[in-house]
Design a protein around this ligand. Sequence first.
Ligand code: TYM
Length: 379
Amino acid sequence: MKKEKEFKVTPYEVEGEVDYSKLIKEFGVSHIDEKLLNRIKKHTGDLHLFLRRGVFFAHRDMNWLLDEYEKGNKFFLYTGRASSKKSKVHLGHLIPWILCKWLQDKFDAEMWFQFPDEEKFLYKQDVTLKDTAEATYEDMLDIIALGFKPEKTHFIIDTKHAGLMYKEACKVAKKITFSMVKSSFGFTESQNIGSIFYTSMQAVPAFLPSVLKGKNIPCLIPLGIDQDPHFRISRDVMPKLGYYKPAILHNVFLPPLTGIGGKMAASSAEENAIYTTDSPEQVSRKINKYAFSGGQATIKEHRKKGGNPGIDVSFQYLKMFFEPDDRKLEKIEKDYKSGKLLTGELKQILINKINKFLQEHQKAREKAKNQVDKFILKN
Ligand code: TYM
């Protein structure tokens, strides 16, 4: 009998080759189907590449959110980033944030962005609060660089805005037991109590605007599926506090350079990830050296048998992120399969695309340095 491959997805561990269909069942989320995409398109006019190509593949309560929107009850957006010096922003992190920026533009939505600067401190032995504070500033530059509107975007930093958040977090925490957190995150008795409490801090921005405005406002959270366990727990709490459950859009992981199936992760070996601050030479070296190829061992063999784009990391990056033109992507796929396009040539197409993207991003990141204050929520 064929042994089923094991995999694990929690906010603190992504292991093995992720089976997303299985995850949909396990997490109890819904698949994003054509009907929902068309419903979104009715309001947005077009569909972002991440929606068209299935990078966002699952959701919670999107139909409810759109029902509310159609009744004139506008939603706000919420997502976040747990910074630490050991985990620099990579291309995968940008996926939920780019969709947020697109949704902000299309729905004219307020954006709430959380920087839980205590999270990695609590979960990782070797991370200090000074590390996370410095890294938070760096990460804010990446987010601002994506083009969010300063007048509609609010950065909240857990230790800085604790006065605003703590009371609300306590209300959430009172309704979550240790056993719920334990089974969702795989905690043991030796887990520190800060990390046991943490989920309640991540829940707060999903209803904080409702608290501040004194009325219930729907919330939409685009995020990587690894973050779902926090909200699986806290969504049940929110109605008990008188607030709506937030709707969620889940994205798959941008795979590591070394092969599809897993998650590009910043804290693992450098050959896994491309960072937003990488130079053109670093990008070129990493892709050429590490990007897993679906091509054949020799040129002669490749010309004869062709490559397999389904397992080729460079092709997957183009499909998921860097080649928005469907016709161009189709041609690349066809030529790679037929053997006309060689692995080296495919890699070069991707290198050029990433470097063009990063050149613009890094310019915008520089400019963001004198804009940070405009984004941080005034206490
Ligand atoms: P963090 O900092 O680990 O990751 C930030 C966001 O990036 C997503 N992500 C990825 N998406 C696609 N491909 C990848 N390879 C990849 N790696 C990471 C994550 O799923 C996440 O959405 N606890 C959170 C911070 C947070 C948060 C939130 C996230 C606070 N509030 C609300 C989402 C929504 C964290 O550690 O994210």
